[in-house]
Each structure stands twice: as structure tokens, then as C-alpha cells.
Design a protein around this ligand. Structure first.
Ligand SMILES: Nc1nc2c(ncn2[C@@H]2O[C@H](COP(=O)(O)OP(=O)(O)OP(=O)(O)O)[C@@H](O)[C@H]2O)c(=O)[nH]1
Ligand SMILES: [Zn+2]
Length: 203
């Protein structure tokens, strides 16, 4: 799990700002945007935003190892692809802190043990609820499953729209970005990659 921890230096708990400091920071941003935090409609907004941030960034307080630790072996020798596709997620880009909205497709080739299917979606949640680049998020999901389950291979594809490209800056709505990470047999064997792609695309 070293790679995952290294990719995400997290705030030391003792250095985490207080709720009051977070609310004050929101008041500064409200003034920066041009509004008056003292007007009635905005009085409770800093408190709501601080609370919303704890929810939107809850992934910093979650460890993928806790989720991936529970596995099952009684699967009648099943050893072919397990694919969970179209897992919706919201994340935030680390450059602008605005949403990334997309879907993740996650597959692995079991090596005697399988994961609870919901745990795959939970891992997507853990990494989604942090500040991200799409590339890092794709690699982190694949590496977390690879390092804890030790399957024969992992394939992850993320298809997402970046609001920092749609709502601001270059303002291109509707474009999507695709990223993939392959490990093990998926990395070594292009035929396995093709199988993954066609299962993701197949309807
Ligand atoms: N590779 C990658 N780039 C991202 C991601 N999310 C946002 N970006 C890009 O990060 C870049 C930051 O570029 P900068 O020039 O530093 O910032 P900026 O002036 O706000 O850039 P513009 O968005 O072009 O206005 C932009 O090109 C974004 O599109 C991501 O997940 N992966
Ligand atoms: Zn951005």
C-alpha cells in the first residue's frame, strides 16, 4: 500500500484546521466572489460548506485496505474476468477544485480469491472523494486492488467530464476524457485488454 500512501500525503490530524477556521476561509471566498457573507441568505453558508467539504472529501479519512481486506474463496474455481462497469462517481480536480463527473469500469482476473462487488465501487468512492487528476485516480484504483487482492491482473478505465474545462477556461462542454491502467495479465496480454474493452463497450 506504500505507493498509495506516497501518492496521497494527507494532512497530519493535529494540523487540520478547526471548523471555525474553515468557516472563516469560506467567508473570505464569498467576499472574493463579490458577495457579502453578512447578508441573511449567506449567514449559515460557511457552516454548510465546511460540512459539505467533509462529505465531498471524505475519502481522505478512508483507507482502501479496510474495504479490500474482506475476500471470498468459495467461487467454484471461477477464475475469469470480473468486471463492474458504469460505476458513477464525482470527484474534484486538484487544479481548480471543481467537479469531475464520470464513470469507472473496474475489472480483475481472480487468483483464487474474489472481492465483494460493492467493495469495488467503494474503492472508487474513496479515491473519488479526494482532490484528483483523472490519471492518478485511475492508477490508484488499479494499484489498491492489485496490492491488496493480488489478482492475476487489474484493468481500470475512467470516462469523465471535467467541469474546469466545461464551466470555465476553454469552456468545452460535453468532451470526455478516457484513461486506463492495466496491471498483470491485462498489461502483458493485449488480447486481455481487448476483451476488457469489448466487455465495457458491449451492451
Ligand atoms: N492531465 C490532467 N489535467 C487536468 C485534469 N483536470 C484538469 N486538468 C488540467 O490542468 C491544467 C491546468 O493548467 P494551468 O495552465 O495551470 O491552469 P489554467 O490557467 O486554469 O488552465 P486552463 O484550464 O487552460 O484555463 C488544465 O489544462 C486543465 O484542463 C486531470 O485530471 N488530468
Ligand atoms: Zn481543473
Amino acid at each position: 500500500m506504500d505507493a498509495i500512501v506516497k501518492n496521497f500525503p494527507q494532512v497530519v490530524e493535529s494540523e487540520r484546521p478547526s471548523q471555525k477556521e474553515a468557516e472563516d476561509a469560506v467567508r473570505v471566498l464569498l467576499r472574493w466572489a463579490g458577495d457579502d457573507p453578512r447578508r441573511e441568505g449567506l449567514l449559515d453558508t460557511p457552516e454548510r460548506v465546511a460540512k459539505a467539504y467533509r462529505e465531498l472529501f471524505a475519502g481522505y479519512d478512508m483507507n482502501p485496505e479496510d474495504v479490500l481486506g474482506r475476500t471470498f474463496e468459495e467461487v467454484a474455481g471461477y477464475d475469469d474476468i470480473v468486471l463492474v462497469r458504469d460505476i458513477p462517481f464525482f470527484s474534484h480536480c486538484e487544479h481548480h477544485m471543481v467537479p469531475i463527473i464520470g464513470k469507472a469500469h473496474v475489472a480483475y482476473l481472480p487468483n483464487g480469491r474474489v472481492l465483494g462487488l460493492s467493495k469495488i465501487a467503494r474503492v472508487v468512492e474513496i479515491f473519488g472523494r479526494r482532490l484528483q487528476t483523472q490519471e492518478a485516480m485511475t492508477a490508484q484504483i488499479a494499484n489498491a486492488i492489485d496490492e491488496t487482492l493480488r489478482p492475476r491482473g487489474v484493468a481500470v478505465m475512467i470516462d469523465a467530464e471535467h467541469m474546469c474545462m466545461a464551466m470555465r477556461g476553454v469552456q468545452k462542454q460535453g468532451s470526455s476524457t478516457l484513461t486506463t491502467t492495466f496491471t498483470g495479465a491485462f498489461k502483458a496480454d493485449p488480447a486481455e485488454q481487448v476483451r476488457f474493452m469489448s466487455m465495457v463497450r458491449g451492451r
